[in-house]
Write a protein that binds this ligand. Structure first.
Ligand SMILES: NC(=O)c1ccc[n+]([C@@H]2O[C@H](COP(=O)([O-])OP(=O)(O)OC[C@H]3O[C@@H](n4cnc5c(N)ncnc54)[C@H](O)[C@@H]3O)[C@@H](O)[C@H]2O)c1
Length: 314
């Protein structure tokens, strides 16, 4: 059943980004008022709905804090982040500035605004590292293998701290590898979007290493459904939002090649530092606490995504 959010005032940081725009669309459709805080440094090509207000501000700056305290939201969905794992290795201080300090600034503003409900994007793929238990449950010790994953772990500690202190009811959603229409296919992160763009340009996709590394590919519509359930609930702590299924990058890329009618071999690149060998997220706790389950199969999600890239304003 669709979540109803009539009367809710929801701030979505990073609301102009890939997962953000889909989340804003769903919140507006559910009857919520939405204020997006996003400095547009990595906005999606998918347009932000006109019914959402936009405050063009950096989440680490006082302007974002002022926007939150003066608008007085009933809930915050915090998505704004530096999302590139490779970039976090090159620029760990910039990564921590946005991902850690930006989050703490948003949490402090939420407390100052009297808004208890905060849902924050974390990353199952970046947190568990070389987990021996697959699919990894939430109680698997976090062993991040990148500055990006380390920042997400720090964020989760802040969420627990403010929840224990009684200031917030905060929930971290540990997404798998999210893919779908609206994702940037021109950067260095997002293998589905990047491969789709290359294939539709008639170029071979690129695989890093031998491509046997696995990821838990999760369709954006399913992630948005989890965001909505998370915002409407009072569940705290951390929940995995993934399919529980491991897919090797090479298999994923071959499926996309088939869908695009490309018969060549992928190009190869060396593996970047810290690359996680295997990743899949146990989603049974999210099913139990939120009643969430993924609804879109990988095959269907990839077909929808590739189709959306043929017409870039889905
Ligand atoms: N896409 C994935 O596979 C994935 C997986 C796990 C977790 N996540 C997390 O989900 C969240 C959303 O990811 P996404 O894929 O939509 O990323 P995205 O890059 O498409 O969107 C992020 C948005 O945040 C904005 N932003 C970045 N820095 C900002 C700042 N300092 N101030 C204000 N706005 C800023 C960008 O302009 C962009 O619109 C992020 O927290 C990311 O770490 C994503």
């Amino acid at each position: 059943m669709a979540t109803v959010m009539t009367g809710q005032r929801v701030v979505v940081t990073g609301g102009a980004g890939f997962i953000g725009v889909h989340s804003v669309e769903a919140l507006l459709a559910a009857g919520a008022e939405v204020l997006v805080i996003d400095d547009l440094r990595h906005a999606s090509y998918r347009p932000l709905p006109g019914a959402a207000r936009l405050e063009a501000a950096d989440v680490a700056e006082p302007a974002a804090r002022n926007a939150i305290t003066s608008w007085r939201p009933t809930a915050i969905l915090h998505l704004a982040a530096q999302g590139g794992v490779n970039r976090s290795w090159r620029e760990p201080a910039a990564d921590a500035h946005i991902n850690v300090l930006g989050t703490v600034n948003v949490l402090a503003a939420s407390i100052a605004a009297g808004c208890r409900r905060v849902v924050v994007a974390s990353s199952g793929g970046a947190l568990y590292g070389a987990s021996p238990r697959l699919p990894s449950p939430e109680d698997e010790p976090a062993q991040p293998r990148s500055p990006y994953g380390t920042a997400k772990l720090s964020i989760e500690h802040y969420l627990s701290h403010f929840t224990r202190a009684g200031s917030l009811d905060a929930l971290a959603l540990r997404y798998g590898n999210v893919y779908g229409p609206g994702q940037d296919g021109t950067g260095e992160a997002g293998v589905v979007a990047i491969s789709s763009r290359r294939l539709l340009d008639g170029r071979a996709p690129v695989v890093r290493g031998d491509g046997t590394q696995t990821r838990d590919f999760t369709y954006v519509g399913d992630v948005v459904a989890a965001n909505m359930l998370g915002l409407a609930s009072s569940v705290t702590g951390a929940l995995n939002i993934g399919t529980g299924r491991e897919t090797a990058i090479i298999d994923l890329v071959r499926t996309l090649c088939e869908l695009a009618g490309f018969h060549g071999e992928p190009d190869r690149e060396p593996l970047p530092p810290g690359e996680v060998a295997r990743s899949a997220l146990d989603n049974s706790l999210a099913a139990d606490r939120l009643g969430w389950a993924p609804a879109v199969s990988l095959e269907d999600g990839l077909a929808r995504t590739l189709e959306s890239f043929r017409a870039p304003t889905p």
